[in-house]
Design a protein around this ligand. Structure first.
Ligand code: PMP
Length: 413
């Protein structure tokens, strides 16, 4: 019997991509980065592809907290928050995160992707849903969500799930945003951007974006997945780093990057968060964060706040790496731990990844749909787990790849 048409189409697309080397298998590792990882063939390489910027998942206190919670509560809540899954530990994590981010309230979700979906669609749809289900006063006007064109897929998913008009503004372009907001004056408006862009590593230009939002009465939602724990002298993220902490009304954070765990968080005022808990499907209709993850995040948050020297180590490594690249004539975007080196095609990016693995360094290749087809790259992430020797070793390996693949120099000058 032949496959149903839909699946046959997938098979055809699969074979076409596979023949061109566009569907490489995911590289398997037997261990998690310390920063060393062991591959199944026994090779040990230094990983430069973890978002675990501070190495907190290897800290004894964090693991001990997770194990204690696992012993006390088991490994999962098996329910959503409202239907029995509201373990006290989860509320404790929410109040710790709210205090850390200096926001009135916090709602955690099982992943960062769900936090963005819950935040974006919830903020846009909750009052309409309240009116439909409970007869509360109708909000005036159809909402619009205007998001940076480089926004993470989860932001787009939230926008798409909502009933709002969806519009993109040019990357970090406050003038373009201004015009788009002016054309929608008087309507409920949400603007979404990222603190640190996940693929390019550059920062949102928050001060002018906030000026524009405030001028039009639009709410700004900032996905600070990669800023949290990394930027700001207090580690509270890009708003703190850019001196606008009190002006960002809505934030998303992930527990999966500098906090070294799993889960997401939405931060805002109490009434907004209460509405999201009731009406956001990314929160309401899925099981809550497992107890051991909550306990680990609580322990990790303490370290983030009490050991600023970890951030000093991270930033020392970042500066050393970026200075070494610049010395070689390579000038990747951003100023932080996410360092993209563009190669163009996915085949060239895969070739660079393979060469670096052979040299003992794992820097993962990124291809569509994560980045545009002509902008495939290796995405390097520096962490506090690395030493100067690791960074120097990677710089040497990159210089060899640059000699073998001229596009690397051409695309990163
Ligand atoms: N936002 C951004 C900017 C991200 O890069 C990611 C994941 N890489 C997420 C949200 C989703 O986070 P999580 O992996 O915790 O689901």
């Amino acid at each position: 019997m032949s496959a149903p048409t839909l699946l046959a189409d997938l098979h055809t697309a699969h074979d076409w991509l596979a023949e061109r080397g566009i569907l490489p298998p995911e590289q398997r590792s037997e261990t998690l980065p310390t920063p060393y990882v062991r591959f199944p063939d026994g090779r040990s390489v230094v990983s430069f592809c973890s978002n675990n910027y501070l190495g907190l998942n290897h800290r004894t206190e964090v693991k001990a907290a997770a194990v204690a919670a696992l012993r006390e509560h088991s490994h999962a809540t098996s329910e959503s928050r409202r239907l029995g899954g509201n373990l006290a530990l989860l509320e404790r994590l929410e109040s710790d995160l709210a205090a850390f981010k200096n926001r009135p309230a916090c709602m955690i979700t099982a992943t960062g992707l769900l936090a963005n979906i819950a935040a974006v669609h919830g903020v846009l749809d909750a009052s309409g849903l309240a009116s439909r289900w409970h007869g509360s006063p109708r909000a005036a006007g159809i909402p619009a969500v205007i998001y940076d064109e480089h926004s993470h897929r989860s932001i787009r998913m939230g926008a798409r799930q909502s009933s709002a008009e969806r519009v993109r503004f040019r990357h970090n372009d406050a003038d373009h945003l201004d015009r788009l907001l002016a054309a929608r004056s008087g309507r409920p408006l949400l603007v979404v951007t990222e603190g640190v862009f996940s693929m390019d590593g550059d920062l949102a230009d928050l001060p002018p974006l906030l000026d524009v939002c405030e001028g039009h009465g639009a709410a700004l939602l900032l996905d600070d997945a990669h800023g949290t724990g990394v930027y700001g002298t207090d580690g509270a993220g890009t708003p703190s780093h850019l001196g606008v902490a009190g002006r960002v009304p809505l934030q998303v954070a992930t527990l999966s990057k500098a906090l070294g765990g799993m889960g997401g968080a939405v931060l805002g005022d109490e009434r907004v968060i209460a509405m999201l808990r009731t009406f956001s499907s990314g929160y309401r209709f899925t099981s809550s964060l497992p107890p051991e993850q909550a306990a680990a995040a609580i322990a990790a948050l303490i370290i983030v706040q009490t050991e600023p020297e970890l951030r000093d180590t991270l930033w020392g490594n970042i500066r050393h790496f970026r200075a070494g690249l610049s010395h070689m004539g390579l000038h990747p975007m951003g100023d932080g731990p996410i360092v993209p080196l563009r190669l163009g095609t996915s085949q060239l990016a895969a070739k660079a990844e393979a060469m670096l693995i052979d040299a003992g360094y794992w820097c993962v290749a990124v291809a569509p749909p994560a980045v545009p087809p002509d902008s495939c790259r290796i995405r390097i992430t520096v962490s506090a787990m690395h030493t100067k020797d690791h960074v120097d070793g990677l710089l040497n390996a990159i210089s060899e790849v640059t000699a073998a693949i001229p596009e690397l120099r051409r695309m990163n000058q």
